[in-house]
Design a protein around this ligand. Structure first.
Ligand code: PLP
Length: 419
């Protein structure tokens, strides 16, 4: 037996590039290198104590058995209250579901609805997992490029042009991973106007970074345009907002027929999310968000630190992100340069590998998010560590040697060099 005997569907997907970077970072660390990982999509803050203690209390009280597949009644009520309180969205019990991370819910929703050949519109830059999940469901990812000059936001004309009779879903992610773009009410309204004209299209609002933003505006399509609510799945979770990535709790709300189908899928795969984590998530959702102001203040300082570094490096540029905890830096001016070891950097992946291998700083290449020529720098690490990482990146970039003008011999050999 060998890998050749794996199922055909395994040819449709790759390992998550962000997870791969983490594996490389850990491997270098195990070899004794002091590696700094700016590739990871998680906050460094500990889970707030009132939430952690709710998890401990759940264990101590014997809350350690299977729960209902879509979540405990207490968690469902906390989710319903959250949507009402924070988003002015009203859902019934049968319209909400909790799972092992927002990732599982997005996966369940796509698998439950996408038929072979169905198209899913994914604005790029995108979260790395969307295209592969669509491919696993035998759908066709329809990637629509967004541009830095538009603040990385999907334009209504581009959305209109991408919709076909086979479009099943449009995935909207604000604040966005990797760019940090946050759609204003006006920008989102322009997209919902387009979607109203296409009643066969489902809308996935991935709001996982809702609480991590530096701008006041946050809008979610189902609340902004109530006529879309019956075909919108609003996905959220506690991973990013409450620094609970390891607890694995996400939740979603949408039409009952869809949520029920997601529940059936989940009942045949993982059953319920961890009972202990569900209890902690109730404490998170019911415990207030006051502490997030302090977190945002710290994140803002770290974001500024990365932007200062970029301003000093000739060849790396980035605008201040409006949310999430990433800077998406343009690195095209560094491509074509040569490393001190004599290797030419031909792509953003080459640059990310160079920074990892020589500066021992992990970042993620833009191509992983459907945007070649960029580098995602996650700055949710301690300021002293970030300072060290920024210095290392600066030094590594300063050591690159500019592209040499071709020698007369090369010019004669190159078909493009002959005059
Ligand atoms: N959506 C986006 C845009 C993300 O960046 C992530 C995680 O990085 C997720 C969803 C999944 O979050 P989780 O499964 O931890 O809830």
């Amino acid at each position: 037996m060998s890998a050749a005997t794996l199922a055909h569907r395994m040819r449709q997907i790759r390992p998550s590039p962000t997870a791969e970077i983490s594996v490389k970072v850990r491997a270098l660390g195990a070899q004794g290198h002091a590696v700094i990982n700016l590739g990871e999509g998680e906050l460094d803050f500990p889970t707030p104590p009132h939430i952690a203690h709710a998890g401990i209390a759940a264990i101590e009280m014997g809350d350690t058995k299977y729960t209902a597949v879509p979540g405990t009644p207490a968690l469902k009520q906390a989710i319903i209250a959250k949507f009402r309180r924070e988003n002015d969205l009203r859902y019934e019990v049968a319209e909400v579901i909790a799972g092992a991370g927002a990732k599982q819910l997005i996966f369940n929703a796509l698998l439950a609805t996408v038929n072979p050949g169905d198209e899913v519109i994914i604005p790029a830059p995108y979260w790395v997992s969307y295209p592969d999940m669509v491919a696993l469901a035998e759908g066709m990812p329809r990637v629509v490029a967004c541009f830095e000059r538009d603040g990385w936001k999907l334009q209504p004309e581009a959305l209109e042009a991408a919709i076909t009779a086979r479009t099943r879903w449009v995935i909207l992610n604000s604040p966005n991973n990797p760019t940090g773009a946050v759609y204003s009410a006006r920008e989102m309204l322009a997209l919902t106007q387009v979607l109203l004209r296409h009643p066969h299209v489902l809308v996935m609002a991935d709001d996982i970074y809702e609480h991590t933003r530096y701008v006041a505006d946050f809008v979610t399509p189902a609340a902004l345009e109530p006529r879309l609510k019956a075909r919108t799945l609003t996905v959220n979770g506690v991973s990013k907002a409450y620094s609970m990535t390891g607890w694995r709790i996400g939740y979603a709300a949408g039409p009952q027929w869809l949520v029920e189908a997601m529940q059936v899928l989940q009942s045949q795969s993982t059953s319920n999310a961890s009972s202990i984590s569900q209890a902690a998530a109730v404490a998170a959702l019911e415990g207030g968000t006051g502490f997030m102001q302090d977190w945002l203040a710290l994140l803002g300082q770290r974001r500024d630190r990365v932007l200062q570094m970029l301003a000093r490096i000739d060849g790396l540029d980035g605008a201040p992100p409006e949310g999430a905890f990433y800077v998406f830096a343009n690195c095209t001016a560094l491509l074509g340069k040569t490393t001190p070891q004599g290797q030419r950097l031909d792509s953003d992946l080459d640059l990310a590998n160079y920074l990892l291998d020589t500066a021992h700083v992990g970042t993620v290449h833009g191509s992983a998010f459907g945007a070649p020529g960029y580098l995602r720098i996650a700055y949710a690490v301690d300021m002293a560590v970030l300072d060290d990482a920024c210095l290392r990146i600066e030094q590594a970039c300063a050591a690159l040697v500019a592209r040499q003008a071709p020698s007369p011999t090369e010019q004669r050999l190159s078909p493009f060099g002959r005059s």
